[in-house]
Ligand binder design. Structure first.
Ligand SMILES: [Zn+2]
Length: 481
């Protein structure tokens, strides 16, 4: 019997998504939930190698757009959190507190950062003097701690997770809004065009904003069970923050003004969950070429071919990451193993093929085998490397587009949600007075109004699905994690 770690994926993604996801995390050796603090996850090498690459793409893109890196302390004094009461109102229940150092009880509690606005902004007050300092754009990669009271779920809701937080200071509200739009564009460039994840960027309704934000925008990705996963969000922070932390600058006329702040937070470990979920299939993982922990495996089916495998490896390592599988598993087991692990390209070296100077290439984007001449190996793999992610994007976009449904009343919303799709409909207002209609939907369908798309926020669209008053917006409704 096969050892446990070598078992394949037996659950079907579309039939039993939850079990499928659990099996993928365990059997592909991505994470381990057996660490002895609840909600704290061990991330294993196959996951970290991928997330390191994901970090790199996000950070490089941010730096190209004039954000500079910094590292802030993990600990934040309670007084910082208290400075902005609506902020602390939003986060206090989920803060881990440090109350002791060695044998000494602290007089004042210290928080493990649940997010770092209150750490950054006090420093902004010291660093920013004049309009010449603006825009001021910095970010950090960091782990974040939140005492989640809902059921935790590996990579989707942990009590410690890994993200990037970018905090920017601007002279005007207009500049702040431009930053928010730049953040949305960054999300598209990295999360969609490199990681291959389809999503919709919503402006959240006023009752669902980030605590302390005047406007919140968030990208939602979709799981096969019809639930949305909130991915990067970007916020226009209310000026209450710059007032609370005294973030001011002198304008061109020497007049002192409060700044406008924005923050943007792509959570790498959660985006990694969407990479697994969006591209994985019943055989296991599939990674986009650019972030795959390993891009090519070579399987010599006979020891006599080891030398040839080494020659190929030396040739391929010039443009891709490559490993030879010398383990003593049977060839069939090796094939299944690397398909499950999501390696984009596999080269099978057999004796018969070799006599004819040929070899077999298996590509995981199309799950297809191809026999090629040995001399064409480099050319073929380079060609696949250029097509690979594009193919995954095409497949993922097609699934996503098929899962948005126009609806006209509560009954149609119910049926759309039941089928695991996102319901689109006319809605009276995403300001305070629409909250009652959102509550009706939540009560009868168990789904939430996720928000409006910026390009169609003010499109006239008939009547509100609930109160039948004039619909000022098109909104999207779905279940979420
Ligand atoms: Zn209404």
């Amino acid at each position: 019997m096969a050892k446990k770690s070598e078992e394949g994926i037996t659950a079907k993604k579309e039939e039993n998504f939850s079990e499928w996801f659990t099996q993928i995390l365990q059997r592909c050796e991505l994470t381990d939930i057996r660490y002895n603090i609840k909600g704290f996850l061990v991330h294993r090498p196959w996951a970290v190698l991928t997330m390191e690459k994901m970090y790199k793409f996000f950070e490089e893109t941010l730096q190209k757009k004039a954000h500079n890196p910094c590292w802030f302390p993990t600990l934040i004094p309670e007084e910082n959190l208290e400075k902005e009461s609506s902020h602390i109102g939003g986060f206090t229940p989920s803060v881990f507190w440090v109350t002791k150092g060695g044998k000494t009880n602290f007089q004042k509690k210290i928080a493990l950062r649940p997010t770092s606005e209150t750490a950054f902004y006090q420093m902004f007050a010291l660093w920013i003097r004049s309009h010449n300092d603006l825009p001021f754009k910095i970010y950090q990669r960091a782990n974040i701690f939140r005492y989640e009271t809902k059921a935790t779920r590996p990579l989707l809701r942990d009590r410690e997770f890994y993200w990037i937080e970018a905090h920017c200071v601007h002279a005007t509200e207009k500049d702040a809004f431009n930053q928010v739009q730049e953040d949305m564009q960054t999300t598209k460039e990295v999360m969609h065009d490199i990681f291959g994840l389809p999503f919709i960027f919503f402006e959240r309704p006023s009752w669902d904003k980030f605590p302390g934000a005047s406007r919140t925008f968030a990208a939602d990705a979709l799981n096969p069970d019809g639930k949305l996963v909130q991915q990067p969000s970007t916020h226009m922070i209310s000026q209450k923050f710059s007032k609370a932390f005294d973030v001011k600058f002198k304008d061109k006329n020497g007049k002192e003004k409060y700044a406008y702040i924005t923050c943007y937070g792509p959570a790498i470990s959660r985006i990694f969950a969407s990479v697994i979920i969006t591209h994985g299939d019943d055989k296991g993982l599939r990674f986009p070429w650019e972030i795959a922990p390993l891009q090519v495996t070579i399987i010599p089916i006979d020891k006599k071919l080891n030398k040839k495998a080494e020659e190929l490896k030396n040739q391929i390592k010039k443009f891709a990451t490559v490993k030879i599988d010398y383990s003593d598993k049977r060839p069939g087991e090796k094939f299944n193993h690397w398909e499950m692990k999501g390696v984009p390209v596999r080269i099978d070296l057999g004796l018969k093929d070799s006599q004819k100077k040929k070899l077999t290439i298996f590509r995981r984007d199309l799950n297809k085998k191809e026999i090629i001449s040995e001399k064409d190996t480099t050319k073929t793999i380079q060609k696949i490397s250029k097509e690979f992610t594009k193919n995954l994007i095409k497949q993922a976009d097609k699934v996503f587009e098929g899962r948005i449904k126009g609806t006209k009343n509560l009954k149609e919303i119910k049926s759309a949600i039941k089928q695991g799709t996102i319901a689109q409909c006319g809605f009276c207002s995403v300001e305070k007075d629409g909250e009652k209609c959102a509550e009706v939907i939540e009560k009868h369908v168990g789904a939430e109004v996720r928000g409006t798309k910026l390009d169609e926020k003010n499109k006239n669209s008939g009547k509100c699905v609930i109160c039948r008053k004039k619909a000022n917006h098109i909104v999207y409704i779905a279940k979420s994690y």
